[in-house]
Design a protein. Structure first.
Lengths: 101, 222
C-alpha cells in the first residue's frame, strides 16, 4: 500500500515546463488527469502525492478531493511515466497530466 | 475462483452486530463466491447502500435493528426500493419482521442453503408495491448445503466492524469499471489491496485502485 511519503524536494517550487518531467515535482499539487482509452476521454481531478508503494515502487497517486463512488485513486509509476504535464487552463487545477497511452 | 459464477447475482449486505455470527456468515458467503459487505451498525448499512449500487440483498439481524425493525426496514426500502431483505435472529421473531414487511426469515444458526432458499421465495403481496422490481438471481448449483455455521477456527480479524469480501477477480483478469467517474475504463487486475480494493493496470505505468464493487468482468475480454 502507498503509505510512505517520500520527500521529493520539489513540492514548493514553481512548476517548470519541460519535455520530460519528473512526476515527483507534482507532489502536493492539484492536478487534472486526462485519460484516453478506446477513443473515450476520462477527466479526473484530484490532489497528487508522491509516495512509495510496496508493490509498484515510487508512484504518484492522484486522489479526488470529495467522495466518489468506489473511491478511485489513480497511480502512476515514476519509472514508467512518459506522458505530458502541462498547465491547466481548463479544469481549475494547477496542472494537467496526460499519460502517453 | 475467478471464473466461478457467484451463487447470488448481486451484492449482499450483512447487518449483524455479532462477531461470531458474522464470522460464520462470512465463511459461507465466501465459499459460494458472493461479493458481500458486513457492518454491525445501522449507520454502516446506510453508508454501504449509498456507496454500492449493486447491493440487492440485505441480511438484517434483529438485534442490530435495536427494536426498530420496522423503521430500519422502511429506511432501507426508501433508499433502494428493489432491495430484498432477509430477517435473521437467534430467537424466532419472524412475526416482527413480517409486520415490518419482511417475510423472509432465518433462525440462527442458519446455513447458506437456507439463505438461498429464502431468496427464492416470492415477494410478499403486501410489500409488492415496493418490491415489484426485485430480482435476485440464484445459482443453486454453486451452493454447498453441507456448510455448517459453527466453525470456530477462523481469525476474527476484519469481521468486526465493517468489511468487504471479493472472490470474483483473479490477477491477470480483464475487468471494466462499471460505476463512478471512471466508468467504462478497462484494465487488468494486478493485485488485491486491503479493504476490498483492487489494483488495476490501465496501461504501462498507469494504474487505478478502486473498490471491487465498481468492477465487472470485461465482457469483450479484449
Amino acid at each position: 500500500m502507498p503509505d510512505r511519503r517520500i520527500a521529493s524536494g520539489h513540492g514548493a517550487e514553481p512548476f517548470q515546463r519541460s519535455k520530460r518531467t519528473d512526476i515527483s515535482c507534482l507532489d502536493g499539487r492539484s492536478v487534472t488527469v486526462i485519460l484516453r482509452q478506446r477513443g473515450r476521454q476520462y477527466v479526473y481531478r484530484g490532489t497528487a502525492a508522491f509516495q512509495c508503494d510496496d508493490l509498484l515502487g515510487n508512484v504518484l497517486t492522484v486522489t479526488a478531493a470529495g467522495p466518489q463512488t468506489g473511491d478511485p485513486k489513480l497511480i502512476f509509476t515514476e519509472k514508467d511515466w512518459k506522458g505530458r504535464i502541462i498547465p491547466d487552463l481548463e479544469y481549475g487545477s494547477e496542472l494537467c497530466m496526460i499519460p502517453s497511452g | 475462483m475467478g471464473n466461478r459464477q457467484p451463487a447470488i447475482d448481486g451484492h449482499i449486505l450483512v447487518v449483524d452486530g455479532s462477531r461470531m455470527d458474522v464470522r460464520s456468515i462470512r465463511q459461507q458467503l465466501q465459499h459460494i463466491g458472493c461479493i458481500f459487505h458486513t457492518t454491525e451498525s445501522h449507520g454502516g448499512a446506510i453508508q454501504w447502500l449509498g456507496t454500492d449500487s449493486h447491493i440487492k440483498v440485505v441480511v438484517l439481524d434483529h438485534g442490530t435493528a435495536n427494536g426498530r425493525v420496522a423503521d430500519f426496514v422502511s429506511e432501507l426500502k426508501s433508499m433502494r426500493s428493489n432491495l430484498t431483505i432477509v430477517g435473521s435472529s437467534s430467537t424466532d421473531c419472524r412475526h416482527e419482521f413480517a409486520a415490518a414487511g419482511v417475510d423472509r426469515f432465518l433462525l440462527k444458526p442458519w446455513r447458506i442453503a437456507e439463505l438461498l432458499e429464502a431468496l427464492t421465495l416470492p415477494e410478499p403481496s403486501h410489500s409488492k408495491g415496493l418490491a415489484e422490481e426485485a430480482s435476485v438471481d440464484i445459482h443453486i448449483g454453486a451452493a454447498d448445503a453441507d456448510i455448517h455455521s459453527s466453525d470456530t477456527d477462523l481469525d476474527l480479524g476484519k469481521a468486526g466492524s465493517s468489511d468487504t469480501a471479493c472472490l470474483r477477480f483473479d490477477c491477470g483478469e480483464r475487468v471494466r469499471i462499471a460505476d463512478g467517474s471512471l466508468r467504462g475504463l478497462k484494465g487488468t487486475v494486478v493485485a488485491d489491496r486491503t479493504g476490498g480494493r483492487i489494483l488495476l493496470q490501465l496501461e504501462e505505468g498507469t494504474f487505478v485502485e478502486i473498490h471491487h464493487y465498481c468492477l465487472e468482468k470485461d465482457p469483450s475480454n479484449a
